[in-house]
Design a binder for this molecule. Structure first.
Ligand code: NAD
Ligand code: IPM
Ligand code: MN
Length: 330
């Protein structure tokens, strides 16, 4: 029987997790909850306790809500380090961030365990602070492969986003994508875009975009923009996959401290992450589709304040469970 490690995290994390576990229960999926993020720092001094990591490794999939506590910003040990550590430890280098709305169907494939996030960083003797962006050829090849495969299974078009006019690593990126496209994936139509103007394309012509592959930092920023043009962060889910081992499924949004504790966070991004988990993590595509449809229905009936409505987090959960129930009995 499959088992999911659930990491509620901080801020609105536990609030949206409460709705996600109702759905796991409805599908008969076993799970266990583990300390992670800011709450784990306060309780145990580390954002990614060893027993949490061990539970994630043992699980068939990991469901994470969000981390981040305002009181820990600027401190030497921060919740976000736990998130980066977990991604690295699980080797989930391919982060799939879909953004859908009427007429729009974008899939951003973000490299997740390299680049600026993981390059050497520090302070030189002269007091200069630095981060470095590094990519090896195999690191670019494996994420490009995912991008081509996903594009091939979708609309057949892949846009590789870089900053080749300035960045050295972008030259490697463009070279690898160009070569792999012509030799291994001749059926996928590839084009290349510079990240600054591509950000504008997402805002002005999102319906023209199919699949996107890009490096870690660009993917972080572009996926928030894509979320904004398709209904906001309350709706945007993601799946992070490696070559083997459990995948990590999490909303694109953070812990939203301004609205935490009020019961008004939109759980849709989290519930759509559960749908991605059912599909990519547990191989239950039909259940994933049923949950996607139930979330769409629930958002029509019970929109939260971020969507202009007045529904609470748990009312969305109620509507999702009702929609799942009626789909089953029909
Ligand atoms: P955020 O995503 O938490 O919030 C951005 C905006 O979106 C806020 O206005 C917030 O209220 C709104 N929002 C986000 N999720 C929502 C939801 N489910 N329903 C309704 N509104 C929602 O980003 P931030 O404010 O820049 O960051 C807050 C903290 O979260 C920081 O500590 C940051 O590091 C962390 N963070 C964590 C993750 C993660 O755990 N994966 C992702 C992003 C940010
Ligand atoms: C995200 C978040 C994280 C990232 C932070 C919290 C480390 O913004 O998942 O998009 O930058 O990857
Ligand atoms: Mn982000």
């Amino acid at each position: 029987m499959s088992h999911v490690a659930v990491l509620p995290g901080d801020g609105i994390g536990p609030e949206v997790t409460a709705q996600a576990v109702r759905v796991l229960d409805a599908f008969g999926i076993a799970y266990s909850k583990h300390a992670f993020g800011g709450n784990a720092i306060l309780a145990e001094g580390t954002p990614l306790p060893e027993d949490t990591l061990a539970a994630c490794r043992r699980a068939d999939a990991v469901l994470l809500a969000a981390v981040g506590l305002p009181e820990l910003e600027g401190k030497p040990v921060r919740p976000e380090q736990g998130l980066l550590g977990l991604r690295k430890e699980l080797g989930v280098y391919a982060n799939l961030r879909p953004a859908r709305a009427p007429g729009i169907d974008i899939m951003i494939v973000r490299e997740l365990v390299g680049g600026l996030y993981f390059g050497e960083k520090g302070i030189r003797e002269d007091g200069t602070w630095f981060d470095t962006c590094e990519y090896s050829r195999p690191e670019v090849e494996r994420i490009a492969r995912r991008g081509f495969e996903i594009a091939g299974a979708r609309g057949g078009r892949l846009t590789s986003v870089d900053k080749v006019n300035v960045m050295h690593t972008s030259r490697l990126w463009r070279d690898v994508v160009t070569q792999m496209g012509s030799t291994l994936y001749p059926d996928v139509a590839v084009d290349h875009a510079l990240v600054d103007s591509f950000a504008m394309t997402i805002v002005q012509a999102p319906e023209t975009i199919d699949t996107v592959v890009t490096e870690n930092t660009f993917g972080d920023i572009l996926s928030d923009i894509a979320a904004a043009v398709t209904g906001g962060l309350g709706l945007a889910a993601s799946a992070s996959l490696g070559d083997d081992g459990p995948g990590l499924f999490e909303p694109v949004h953070g812990s939203a401290p301004q609205i935490a504790g009020r019961g008004i966070a939109n759980p849709a991004a989290m519930l759509r992450s559960v749908a991605l988990l059912l599909d990519h993590g547990l191989g239950r595509a039909a259940d994933a589709a049923a949950l996607e449809a139930a979330v769409d229905t629930a958002l029509q009936i019970a929109p939260t304040p971020d969507l202009g409505g007045t529904s609470t987090t748990s009312e969305v959960g109620d509507a999702v469970l009702r929609a799942l129930d009626s789909a089953r009995t029909l």
